[in-house]
Design a protein around this ligand. Structure first.
Ligand code: PXG
Length: 465
């Protein structure tokens, strides 16, 4: 048996972690100074750390543990598959039962003519696939100049060179020479922060029409695709005004460009439907999937592709693929995860029961002096912290200072609620029960009260001028 270090004291684990383990999106020296929180176990919606604290995980890990922690069925599916066929590839004209079964199931669940799956190991890899796929598609159709992909500022589509270029995160582009050529970013539909004096509806139309302007400027014959999340997740759970998506659809129908719905967060029940594009009424040509596909129990992602695109790509050799494309253990676990979501009616429960219940409680948070807008779709929600609600003002201290204080207060109240700038965001496991939602809200309120007190004490309740 290999060494299991859970029994080491927390400070020894933290010292080893600081010495040898590099964390994603983390200032290493700063973390080494205070020590990472060590998570040791989890059940349902609750994490346990090495100090024995029970923490309500209102982020479902990283937006992914849709069926909750501790599912024996998924562990059994993995063990069974490892014994039967732990690995084989899907290159060189071979296949295996888990990949066949999962691809068929996804074709059944996905809307319309999205019937073909290209597997990857993650959302980032799947979006890299999409870049090459849409460009190859147009080249095959005799239009090799249709290469540009339009995306949005503040979008998150992954961390590989290609997918981070698709994303619109300035901090990521600033490191490592991104973005790659041929990616164009338009503004995001974030009314709270950027809507100015416009009504949400006017603003939604204005932001959608930026797509049409971009297509006109770049030239329709140079634009390959538009990629967007139905609801921006890592960008801060930005829910567009109601006018946004119908206008985007009108524009996309009119111009000859492919639509990629990045469903990495919104997929598999998060918004109360199987896919977020169904919730916002948007029919994509390609969907990116990952995270909730396996509830995070195994790393797996993929692209679900329309009949038409698959037919065009099928007429050539697509020189692309990953060692772990269609990994049998990951596929077996994902298949079992989809069975659980379906047979336990978890997606319907989010739409009809827990989603509406959480929405009611979440929106009540706007009665708190720190909370401006509260947005929620299904079980993904955000609140905007502000020193002045009427003006929708940001803090003078700069973006993220108040959010960070609030995140720390959440930790202190045994709640994982993230911050993105000064938006606090949640995305709990889809199996969360109403009583657990009450606990979530109770802890969030306590954290907001403590944040408010601290901001006042430190003279930080000042609006930026
Ligand atoms: N698309 C979207 C919409 C995502 O949210 C990816 C693609 C990339 O997936 P992989 O599996 O390669 O990570 C994501 C991932 C955060 C956070 O801080 C969000 C993600 C990943 C890491 C951190 O909210 N989303």
């Amino acid at each position: 048996m290999s060494t299991i270090t859970n029994h080491l004291p927390t400070d020894e684990l933290q010292a080893l972690d600081a010495a040898h383990h590099m964390h994603p999106f983390t200032h290493g020296a700063e973390l080494a100074g205070k020590g990472a929180r060590v998570i040791t176990r989890a059940r349902g919606v609750t994490l346990t750390d090495s100090e024995g604290n029970d923490i309500l995980d209102a982020m479902a890990g990283l937006w992914c543990v849709n069926v909750g922690y501790g599912r024996d069925e998924l562990a059994d599916a993995a063990a069974r598959q490892m014994r039967e066929l732990p690995y084989y590839n899907t290159f060189f004209q071979t296949t295996h039962v888990p990949a066949i079964a999962l691809a068929s199931k996804l074709a059944e669940l996905a809307p319309g003519d999205l019937n073909h799956v290209f597997f990857a190991g993650s959302g980032s890899e799947a979006n890299d696939t999409n870049i090459r796929l849409v460009r190859t598609y147009w080249a095959q159709k005799g239009r090799p100049d249709k290469k540009v992909i339009i995306s949005r500022k503040n979008a998150y589509h992954g961390s590989s060179v290609g997918s981070a270029s698709l994303g619109g995160m300035g901090g990521m582009h600033a490191q490592g020479g991104l973005p790659i050529p041929g990616i164009h970013h338009i503004d995001q539909p974030n009314w709270w922060a950027e809507g100015g004096d416009m009504t949400p509806e006017e603003f939604g139309l204005e932001r959608a029409r930026q797509l049409e302007q971009a297509i006109a400027e770049l030239g329709e014959d140079r634009v390959a695709a538009f990629i967007a999340e139905p609801v921006q997740g890592a960008g801060g759970v930005i829910v567009p005004p109601d006018s946004y998506w119908p206008e985007i659809r009108r524009i996309c129908d009119k111009h000859d460009i492919l639509l990629i719905a990045d469903e990495v967060i919104c997929g598999f029940g998060r918004t109360g439907n199987w896919f977020g594009s169904q919730t916002v009424g948007w029919r994509p040509d390609i969907m990116t999937i990952a995270k909730g596909l396996s509830s995070g129990y195994q790393p797996i992602g993929g692209s679900i592709i329309s009949d038409e695109i698959a037919e065009v790509i099928g007429d050539t050799e697509f020189n692309h693929g990953y060692t772990y494309s269609g990994h049998p253990v990951a596929c077996a676990v994902a298949l079992e995860n989809l069975r659980i979501l379906e047979e336990e009616g978890i997606v319907d429960r989010v739409r009809d029961r827990t989603g509406p219940y959480l929405k009611e409680k979440w929106e009540e948070l706007t009665d708190h002096p720190l909370v401006g807008e509260a947005k929620i779709v299904g079980l993904m929600g955000s609140i905007a912290l502000t020193p002045d609600k009427a003006a929708r003002a940001p803090f003078a201290a700069g973006p993220g200072a108040a959010g960070l204080i609030c995140r720390e207060a959440c930790f202190a109240n045994n709640l994982v609620m993230r911050h993105v700038g000064d938006r606090m965001i949640i995305s709990p496991p889809l199996v969360i029960e109403p009583a657990e939602i009450d606990t979530l809200i109770h802890r969030a309120r306590a954290a907001l009260d403590q944040t408010h007190a601290r901001l006042r004490d430190e003279g930080l309740m000042k609006a930026a001028s």
